[in-house]
Design a protein around this ligand. Structure first.
Ligand SMILES: NC(=O)c1ccc[n+]([C@@H]2O[C@H](COP(=O)([O-])OP(=O)(O)OC[C@H]3O[C@@H](n4cnc5c(N)ncnc54)[C@H](OP(=O)(O)O)[C@@H]3O)[C@@H](O)[C@H]2O)c1
Length: 363
């Protein structure tokens, strides 16, 4: 028997947030969803309608605001939105997923800022707290098994990872930390609303394919590029529906609270498997792995320069190779199967991404 939660959800209009919202409604919970933009809210309502939700208008309420104002505005929001102060659970999924610092101070501003603001809010308005973090708070790791525990400050690949690590530090022991790896589209429909992460790798290959246009097969198939990475290391990708289901099921059970969970794939694809698939899909060849740390082949001609530019993006994806321990997650949600990352599924993800013009067209 599940005890219904009354959830304050941040980031409900985001890629993962929409699936968390659908899962919460499906399982009989109530939601107060913070949103900023009317059009994003409408997109989310449309999405919920497309999966047959919400069944009852009483279970989903929206309130407009900026997460960084949550402490200062709480009393005003409670006055404006009758019932908001009855929330008992906070699921914080809102974040800036920008990888590198921009002029406005993102992603630190939102990610670290919201952790601090919500920490203060909880002292005034107690709630059970569950944060969506990232498995990559471990920083740059080569083949080591990362446990579902706090990590010492690592060698971060980007400011985004650092901002998520800093946020975890603020909540350590007092919130459930849910750490997805790289989130990809739905395991059945391939639907995706944020073409970051793994998609950038495929987008780079797609662009390369188009740049090469009518280039003869003899050139396309003998690019002569050696990637300085371990071919049998893995990239951990996980479908969005699994992450949402696991997160909600973990949160529903108070005995799981305030621990750390890797919402990651137990059997992620190796770099070689992924690269072979990319080469088949985009009619490219002559790309192989020369092992971590070996020198990167320098471009010798126009085609190689073109390839090389795209490879800078591709390389980043093969550089970080942690293995994520899932002991706590498996004991919390033992019956929840993680959909496999099959060739058919990845082809479907790429088809969906290309049809959506990598997020440029409306979903
Ligand atoms: N995507 C991944 O591969 C991945 C992997 C691991 C962990 N995560 C984590 O999963 C969570 C969800 O990511 P996502 O992919 O769903 O991101 P997303 O699609 O970019 O959505 C971000 C959400 O946060 C909201 N938001 C951002 N700044 C805000 C602010 N200042 N005030 C209020 N709302 C704000 C956005 O609202 P608007 O709609 O108004 O912009 C949106 O709803 C994040 O915590 C992210 O760090 C993501």
């Amino acid at each position: 028997m599940i005890t219904p939660m009354n959830v304050l959800l941040t980031g409900g209009t985001g890629f993962l947030g929409e699936y968390i919202m659908a899962e919460l409604l499906e399982r009989g919970h109530s939601i107060w969803a913070l949103y900023r933009s009317e059009s994003r809210k409408l997109d989310t309502i449309r999405f919920l309608g497309s999966v047959g939700l919400p069944r009852s208008a009483n279970s989903l309420h929206w309130f407009k605001g900026e997460i960084l104002d949550a402490y200062d505005q709480w009393d005003n929001w409670c006055k404006d939105y009758d019932g908001l102060d009855s929330v008992d659970t906070l699921i914080h999924s809102a974040a800036s997923t920008r990888l590198h610092m921009d002029d406005s101070g993102e992603p630190l501003k939102t990610n670290l800022g919201s952790a601090k603001v919500l920490r203060r809010l909880i002292e005034r308005k107690p709630m059970r707290v569950h944060l969506i973090s990232t498995a990559y708070v471990c920083g740059l790791v080569q083949g080591l098994r990362m446990m579902e525990a706090s990590h010492p400050k690592g060698d971060f690949v980007n400011v985004y990872e650092e901002s998520k690590w800093e946020s975890e530090e603020i909540w350590k022991g007092e919130a459930t930390l849910l750490r997805p790896s790289i989130i990809v589209g739905h395991s059945e429909t391939a639907r995706c609303a944020s073409f970051t992460g793994w998609y950038i790798l495929f987008q780079a290959a797609h662009l390369l394919d188009r740049l090469m246009g009518e280039t003869a097969n003899s050139s396309r198939l003998s690019l002569g590029i050696s990637i300085p990475a371990d071919p049998y290391a893995t990239t951990n990708v996980v479908p969005v529906d699994y992450v949402a289901k696991a997160a909600v099921r973990i949160i529903e059970n108070p005995s799981h609270h305030n621990k750390i969970y890797h919402l990651t794939h137990p059997d992620p694809p190796t770099h070689k498997w992924t690269l072979d698939l990319i080469c088949r899909r985009f009619n490219l060849g002559g790309l192989d792995f020369s092992g971590a740390g070996s020198p990167f082949t320098q471009p010798r001609n126009r085609i190689e320069r073109m390839v090389w530019r795209q490879m800078q993006t591709i390389l980043l994806h093969f550089a970080n190779n942690p293995i994520f321990d899932r002991t706590l997650t498996e004991s919390a949600v033992p019956d929840l199967e993680v959909p496999s990352i099959s060739e058919e599924f990845v082809e479907k993800l790429i088809d969906y991404a290309i049809e959506s013009d990598w997020g440029q067209s409306t979903q």
